[in-house]
Design a protein around this ligand. Structure first.
Ligand SMILES: Nc1nc2c(ncn2[C@@H]2O[C@H](COP(=O)(O)OP(=O)(O)OP(=O)(O)O)[C@@H](O)[C@H]2O)c(=O)[nH]1
Ligand SMILES: [Mg+2]
Length: 385
């Protein structure tokens, strides 16, 4: 009970009036009797007041939680919109062809399967992935005696989802350090969108309230350091870089040291995509990793490989070769908005076996999205659903 209520009760008007109503003799008796009135227990009052305050605080927290949930829901809807917009090209190509096939199909036969196979391959789902998919689909059609092409359309969406999920717990979340800075290394061939992705992610993390530092580890390409510096200013995060041509490991050393000393939450390290050959690249990444690991045991917590979705199957080969030279923990698939072959997400999962953690769906800072298979499927199939 709150203090106000307590006081109200203590000084209850009616009770006071009742006392006045007490007959004279009884009053005399009462006056003679020892005072039995309970003293006000100050500790109790304070305790109850505190409880009252806590309850009020709880109500306020509940209200703000509700507000946050509403905002989260609104954000979710906005994110779905980005997916929907970014996957327009793929949807128009892939899904409209699927719809066309369904409407002209009277019987599910070999011709139907052949055409479906072609549509999937054209969407860059990858021959290997498509073959496995077709086998499973044919088996399911047989076992469930599916004859209705309309229903089969739903089964196809379902099976595509299964390719991705594949009974695994999806780990698309970034692994953050328990304490101290989290270091995320970005690798990938030139022009795929590493620097832009770093800027987009920096903005996202800053919005979440994190203290972010960008480190210009690409000292190879002319202008790369400047480009990252400009981005850091645009999105409002800190920057660490040196002149062109210096050893990238020395920049990384300075950056990570600064992050440790000044309690940064996240360090995003840009690297050069273009080195003379694979061995050089491997050696350089090894050195960078060693420097980071010496300063912060267990770091880098993430090494994200950036792949340009418009390069299709070439991107898959890049992923396979990067996997051989360094420990890739996740993939960022950029420029999905610029391709009609958004099916590559599914191929990567199956052929490279590294989770896609982020996707780039445009050039604005808001266009980097945490990869979410459900939103992706929605973005692709909203016309069917
Ligand atoms: N449409 C679209 N364009 C993108 C996306 N991500 C990056 N880009 C564009 O791709 C181009 C190359 O991006 P960068 O970030 O400079 O690529 P990089 O990998 O750092 O390139 P190097 O430093 O040369 O190795 C830029 O014009 C970006 O705006 C995306 O998700 N969608
Ligand atoms: Mg770059």
């Amino acid at each position: 009970m709150g203090l106000f209520q307590k006081i109200k009760k203590l000084f209850n008007k009616e009770e006071i009036e009742k006392i006045e109503d007490v007959p004279e003799e009884q009053v005399a008796v009462k006056l003679d009797s020892p005072v039995k009135e309970e003293p006000i227990d100050v500790d109790q009052v304070v305790k109850e007041y505190k409880e009252y305050e806590e309850k009020t605080e709880l109500k306020r927290l509940e209200k703000s939680k509700k507000k946050r949930e509403e905002n989260k829901k609104e954000q979710q809807l906005r994110d779905v919109k980005v997916y929907e917009k970014g996957l327009t090209k793929t949807r128009q190509n892939f899904v409209s062809r699927l719809l066309e096939l369904t409407s002209k199909t009277k019987r599910i036969d070999d011709d139907y399967f052949d055409e479906l196979e072609e549509i999937l391959i054209m969407a860059d789902i990858g021959v290997h992935t498509v073959m496995g998919f077709m086998d499973r689909l044919k088996k399911r059609v047989k076992a469930e005696r599916i004859e209705d092409p309309e229903y089969l359309k739903e089964v196809i969406v379902d099976e595509l989802f299964i390719i991705y999920v594949n009974d695994e717990v999806l780990v698309n979340k970034i692994q953050y350090a328990k304490d101290g800075p989290t270091v995320i290394l970005f690798v990938g061939v030139n022009g795929v969108g590493k620097t832009t992705t770093i800027a987009k992610l920096a903005w996202k993390l800053k919005e979440e309230g994190k203290k972010v530092l960008l480190v210009a580890g690409d000292t190879f390409r002319a202008g790369a350091t400047m480009q990252l510096k400009e981005w850091s200013e645009r999105v409002g995060v800190s920057f660490c870089g040196k002149e062109e041509g210096v050893d990238p490991s020395s920049v990384v050393f300075d950056g990570v040291t600064l992050a440790k000393n000044e309690n940064y939450d996240v360090v995003l390290v840009d690297t050069a995509g273009r080195l003379q050959n694979k061995v050089n690249l491997m050696k350089e990444l090894e050195k960078i990793n060693k420097v980071i690991g010496n300063l912060i045991p267990g770091a880098p917590q993430e090494t994200l490989l950036v792949i340009d979705a418009t390069t299709g199957q070439n991107g898959i080969s890049q992923a396979k070769s990067f996997k051989e030279i360094t420990n890739i923990t996740g993939i960022v698939l950029t420029k999905l908005d610029g391709t009609a072959k958004g099916g590559i997400v599914l191929a990567i999962k199956e052929e490279v076996k590294v989770p896609v953690k982020y996707i780039g769906l445009g050039e604005r800072k808001e266009d980097l999205q945490v990869f979410d298979i459900e939103k992706y499927i929605y973005g692709l199939f909203k016309d069917i659903l």
